[in-house]
Each structure stands twice: as C-alpha cells, then as structure tokens.
Design a protein around this ligand. Sequence first.
Ligand code: NOJ
Length: 765
Amino acid sequence: MKKFQFSWRAALVASSILVSCAGAAFAADAPLSDKEVRTRADALLAKMTPEEKAGQITQYFDFLKAPDEAEKVSGEVAAGRAGSLLFVADAEQINRLQHIAVDQTRLKIPLLFGYDVIHGFKTVMPVPIAMAASWDPKVAEAGQTVAAAEARAIGLHWAFAPMVDIARDPRWGRMIEGAGEDPYLGAAFAAAQVRGFQGPYIGAPGHIIAGPKHFAGYGAALGGRDYDESNISDDQLWNVYLPPFKAAVEAGAGNIMSAYMGLNGVPASGNHWLLTDVLRKAWGFKGFVVTDAGAAADLKTHGFAQDLPDAGIRALEAGVDMEMSPPFSQSAFKTLPASAAAGKVPRKTIDEAARRVLEAKIRMGLFEHPFVDVEAAKRVLDDPAHREVALHAAERTAVLLRNDGDLLPLDRDAVKSIAVIGPFADAARDTTGPWIFNQDDKETVTVLAGIKAKAGAGVKVEYSPGVSIPARLFASIFESALHDKAPRVEVDDTAEIQRAVAMAKTADVAVLVLGEAQIMIGENASRSSLDLPGRQQELLDAVIATQKPVVVLLMSARPLDLKGSQPRALMNIWYPGSQGGTAVANLLFGDVAPGGKLPFTWPRDIGQIPLPYAHLTSHRPQKADQRYWNEPNSPLYPFGYGLSYSTFQYSNLKIGSERVAPGTPVAVSVDVVNTGSRAADDVAQLYIHQRYGSSARPVRELKGFERFTLAPGEVKTVYFTLRPEDLTYWTASKGAWVQDETIFDVYAGDDSTASLAGSFEVRKK
Ligand code: NOJ
C-alpha cells in the first residue's frame, strides 16, 4: 500500500538542492536511451584486451593512508587494469586518479568511484535506522538527495547504500544501517533512498548510483554474529528478506552488492539462484552486481571454491559483474583472463559483466565529464540548506518511549538549571554515528551544545560525562591506522559518578545521554549483550536515586536494556547526525513534538531474541505471553510504538467491502483525532492478519502507514488501499505466490498492538 505523507519542508529543501547542484556536478544532461548506451559500450568492448576487460570489472580499495598499496593501485589504473576505486573521498585525489585513467591509458576509460555514503557525506544525517523511525520515507529521500549531491560534487559516482537487510536480531550491529525488522517498512525506505540517491534517472545531475546491499539475507546472521551464515526458509526469504531488495530494484537501483555470508549453505556471492534467477530473471534487474569487499575471493574461504581462480569463475558465473577486491590481497577477477584462455570460463560472460560496468559509466556521463570542479565542490559541501535537511530529519526520527507526568517538553518557566550528564552528551563523533569519515566534528552540534544554545543565558547548564566508555574487547576494523581515531571519554568513574549525582541534586532536571559509542555499533560490531556498556547503568541508577526528574536520551541503534530503571522520560535519539544536538534541544523544549515510531520490537530481555511482532500463532496461543516461565514474552515496547506530546484517538475503521474477489483492491479508512492540547505528529498504521489459507500467516503484518500533523481537536481521515499484492504471499505448501480465498482481520492504530479492528473476506463468488 502506498500512502506516505508528503513532507513539504523536506521536499522543498531537497528540490532546491537539486537545482543548486545542477551546475556543480556534471553528469548526463538527459537520460540516454538503452540502445545508445549499449552501442557505445559494445564499441569500447570490441577494442579491449582480456586484461583490460578483467580490469574493468575489478574495483580496488585506495586507502591513501597506505601509500605503498596506493601506489600499486595507481599502477593498475595506469595499466588499464582497474575499472573502479573505492574509499578515495577527496576531490583533488579523485581528479588526480581520474587523470591517470583518462590521460595515460590506451582506451581512456574513466574510473567509477564508489564509496560508503551511508547517511551523509560531510553533512551527516541521522543513521538509516533512525530515518526508518521517522516513518516518513520523504525524509530518507531528502537525506540521500543531499548525500548524493555532496558525494557527486567531490567526484563520487556510486553509493554502497542503501542497506536494505531486514534485521530481527539486535545483537547484529549492522541493524543500524537498515530499516529494522519489517519488510513493508523496509521496502518503502529502500525505494525512497534509491530515489534520493539516483534522482529521476541514472546520471541525473547531482546524483549517484544507488547500490542496495547486501544481497541477500545478511541480517539473519546466526546468533547475530556479523558475517556468519544465514539459514532462512523459503517462506521467510520471499516474504520477509527479499521484498526490500525487490522494491529497490523496482525503484531503478543501478547496482546491487552481493553479501558476504552463505545463504542456506551457498555463499551469496557465488549464488546463481540469487544473483541470476531471482535478481535478473525474476525481477529484471538491469544494473551491475558488485561483491562485498573480498567476497569473491572469500568463496575459497567458505570452502566453496577450490582456489582463487575457481572463486573468480564461480562468482562471475553466478552473476557478479564486478569484484570489490579484498584490500591488501589478491583479486579473484584478475585470474579470469587466464581462466578464459584455458577455456574454463566463456569469454562472453566476462564481456557481459564488462559491458554492464561500461554502461554505468556511460550513463553517469563520465566520458564527457570525468573531472570535478574542486572549488564548486567546496561550496556544495558547505551548503547551509544541507544542514537544514539534517536538522529536519533528526527532529523527525526521535522516538519518545516514556514520559511520566508529561515531564517533556521541559517547562521553560520552571526549569532554571539543567544537569547534562553522560559520556555521549558532548561526543561529536558519537553523535554522527558509524560510517562517517568526511565530517567536520567542529560543525557537529552535540546534545550539550544544543541544550546550551536553546536554554539561553537564563538557565544554568552544567555538564559531567559521568563515566568512561570502555574499549572494545576486540578492536573494530574501523579502529585501524587507516581511519581517524574517534575520541572516547576517559574519566575516573567513581569520582565522576559522584560529581554527576551532586550536579543532579542541585539541578531542576537531569538529562542523561547514554548508549553505545559509534564504534560499538555497525559493521563488525555485533554484541552478545544489550546492557549499557561500562558503568552507565550505575550512573543512571545513582542519578535516578536523587529523585530529581530524569530524562534519558539513548544514543543507540539497538534496543538497549536499562534493567527496569525508570527515568521519568526516555527518548531514543539514535545517532542523530551533525545537527543532532539542535534537534534534540528543539524536542526537549517542545519547539517540535516527537513523532517517530520504533522500526523494531524492543524486548524486555536479550533472551527473547528474536522477537518479531509478525510471528505465527501456534499451540496454546492464549498462553503465548507465558512461553518462558520466568518472565512475560511480550515486548517492552512493541513495533511501531512511540509517544507524542499530544494524544490521539482512532475510531471509525471502515472497510470498503465486506467481500471482494481475489485480485481486487480493498479501501480502508480510519479517523484520527488529536485529543491533546498541542499540535503534534502521529503515524497511522494498518495491519492485516490472514485467518487461514495455504500457509499459516503472521498474527499481524504492516500493510500501510502515514505520518501526519494534527492541531489540537483536529480530525483526519486516513485512507489506505490494500492492493492485491498486499494480500498475496509466497507459500511453501505450493512453492508459489498465492492470494488465498480467506478472511482478513484488519487493525488500525498507532502501533502494532492497535485494537481497532474489522475484517473482510476474499472469495471468488
Ligand atoms: C564491507 C561492508 O560489508 C560493505 O557494506 C561496504 O560497503 C564495503 N565493506 C566497502 O566499505
């Protein structure tokens, strides 16, 4: 069901950015026809040697901080044996390398520069899971439009994003990069981000190619351990894990990245069924497939390919078009010319892959405009309109989880002193989250800075970091010499907790900013616990014990376990990006009301994982909450949950027809009234449940949502349409997609426990 609220402010900023970037970032002035693109690619292919073709489908890391390796890579570029580079993110360096490709190689084929543009480039947007918590795909689209503009301005052509992996296990650190646990929400955010990155067509000025990843099933890593195998039933694959990818392909994504792990025993990057049968044949994907870093060579690691040449052949034959080469190690695709000469792999398969890569370069206008204007790029990176988009996004992403006695918004007349406490209160680098390398930390507004600026001179704001953040037991890949070291708070915990408590005692309110450091979440950041790292829990309990009003702001992308501690107010602020502190202050003081909703289920206890809301009913369902004898199985906060500074009531659920034939859409509407005393946002959510059919279906499935703002007393009717495809699913009983003749329950409200219900029947006659 497509029913997303149009956010005029974000759209306005985004469209003005489109216009302002048009001059700065050269690209094809209009979409080229498929025929023209192919003819030009074929003409080039006809001139290429086997080595040049293999080079064209090889992408190298170019870490400028590793000069020896960088020199080797430049050598490969000069020899015409590299088609693409990643990790160079500087306009001058990109121009320098592009000059090598264009001026020194025989065929003058420009390089395609790819990068992890995950949630912003210089301007940092809230992390992707936060964007999903806005339940406003326009916000994500606007954010990626800005990210694309900045990236394109400095010479990048392609983002390794969006990550559209469904994540139902919060131990998996990469859940931060996706849209959470739900395929419907995930599909909406996948498509929105592709639109944001790519604009109206591949090659549109100021835009870059989107590379949805990691195809497919990476989020189901065994035990939530990053890179470990996924074992996913066909039912779950088709109905849960694949829909966001399909939506991204339908939105026109020009690239797909194949995943690291094995899917049901077959490594994703050597999985012909995934990369060819599903992606190309069933979905008609026309772009190029890149492996994750080193994932082709990894086919040998998996015990799947015999050796490196075999790995190259099997990745290529499965449907990979470009190898993202393992850093500092040998590329598998480099061995392809020898394999072709020995008759082990058809030359036309290599040609096909090379053609797809060349086509991407042609569409991006690289042959006409290989270089960027360094001065113009600086202006794009400093565009104040980009900061506006980041601020607006951060304001819309926060999720209010508790607000006892309406502590929030803070009462400006009563609050004259604030104790801002916690290791993340003034941590610029953590505020921007992981996957950020090109930000200016001085530009980031921390929560402390945001509160100080907002509170003004009449309010005393004191600060204590409270406790240190411990180092990880095992260092992250991002803590290597190749990346800048992020600062971490180090204090004498015992003394600092005492200082923080003393501060809280004399303040009117304590605001605690707790959570996980950015290095503790993301890739290579899985965790076997949901506890607050270090002595944060002790700090929290000590401050609560002062009996002062306590607001906890969680900087987190997974559902952390506060061990039953009950601050008066609790708001998940995610990693809110470079304007995060301003957004948080605006929320705390009520300039804007929180309207975000959880894109995942928040368990009480790590032992409940996985706990998706969309589970099946089974034996003794009346005791479903007592599956464990020691604690209830219900979540602490359900999927779709989030409070507001106002209250909303849902009524008058109307279903267009009591009975419809298969293939017929069903209209649904519900009335919402703002019953509180201030204007605020809510998200109307529509869930269905199929009572019986070819498979047992989840107790609830999201099939529509809309975020809106209502003035006090204002009533709105929200209209949804359940399309036939919303009532269709893949059943293992037939190995096929079906729309059953059955009865559907329909629920509407503002979280997944909505009680307003109706039903309709699907029957042929
Ligand atoms: C590995 C990650 O899995 C992938 O998401 C990323 O795009 C590449 N490295 C490149 O940095």
